[in-house]
Design a protein around this ligand. Structure first.
Ligand code: ADP
Length: 266
């Protein structure tokens, strides 16, 4: 902590005031450290796919392109790495947009239940694994004021994680519950789970429980950090509950006024 003192003195010479300005240096240093770590993380995350691609392309150029077995495989690897870099850069752009001062939500009143159902439908239609979808959603509409694009991304990130970490034949449960003036949306899976000591960190940028494994699954380590910022921009919160080997639930809340449902009657 650094303090600047200014003495307020009248022409007569009497001191009649003292201004103290406290600068929180530790806070500034923290921001600076975070910024440096962020740049280091980004560089590392980009270097990994780039060096992988370089060695595969070198092998192809050295003659592997002529091998009918190896060449398609090597090309597929470079394609996957390219896709991952594109996802990473898109996520970074998204985060930098949210960091900027003039970041705004485009909110509209939407029935959360049919909105959620449509997103689940899309995942159910395109899923490639054997996973059971279990919807525990209310029958009535629940209107919330949200930015639909942003909330779609929040749910996309959470649901794709649930599927990514689900075992063969596992169940993914989708819930919406009303609690104390908030509406709570959740996605639960029966996957590997997250160790207790790591559970709060999963919303940090670039944090992964198991770096090697999640990279192989194509993750960027930014999905939940983006979800957190977007939920908070809506005035909500995001959190996780998990049991290792049993599964994970990701919850987020949104401000909700049940009375708006009754407005139609007035
Ligand atoms: P990633 O792109 O690596 O999935 P996220 O920000 O979406 O990045 O998630 C951060 C980390 O949290 C993941 O790498 C993973 O370790 C853990 N995680 C997230 N969702 C789940 C889940 N449903 N089950 C188990 N681990 C999860």
């Amino acid at each position: 902590l650094r303090a600047n003192f200014s003495v307020i003195q009248k022409e007569t010479g009497f001191v009649n005031g003292l201004i103290t300005v406290l600068h929180d240096i530790t806070e500034q240093e923290k921001i600076e450290t975070e910024r440096r770590e962020f740049v280091a993380n980004v560089s590392h995350e980009l270097r990994t796919p780039l060096t992988t691609m370089r060695s595969y392309l070198e092998a192809l150029a050295d003659g592997a392109w002529q091998d009918k077995e190896i060449a398609p495989n090597f090309l597929e690897v470079t394609q996957n790495e390219t896709e991952r870099m594109i996802r990473l850069v898109n996520d970074l752009l998204q985060l930098s947009k949210m960091d900027s001062k003039d970041y705004r939500l485009t909110k509209e009143w939407i029935d959360l239940i049919s909105f959620y159902n449509r997103i689940i439908d899309r995942f159910e239609l395109t899923k490639k694994q054997n996973v059971i979808f279990d919807r525990r959603l209310p029958n009535q509409a629940a209107f919330v004021e949200i930015d639909a694009d942003k909330l779609t991304q929040v749910l996309d990130n959470i649901i794709s994680n649930a599927l990514k970490y689900s075992p063969e034949g596992g169940k993914v449960t989708f819930r919406v519950e009303e609690k104390l003036g908030m509406i709570v949306v959740s996605v639960s899976d029966q996957g590997v789970g997250i160790p207790k000591e790591n559970i709060d960190k999963i919303f940090d940028r670039f944090y992964r429980v198991d770096k090697a494994r999640t990279r192989k699954l194509g993750g960027t380590g930014l999905g939940l950090a983006i979800a957190k910022e977007m939920v908070e921009a809506h005035g909500g919160e995001i959190w996780a509950m998990s049991k290792e080997g049993k599964g994970t639930s990701i919850f987020f809340s949104l401000p909700y006024d049940a009375r708006t449902e009754e407005d139609d009657w007035e």
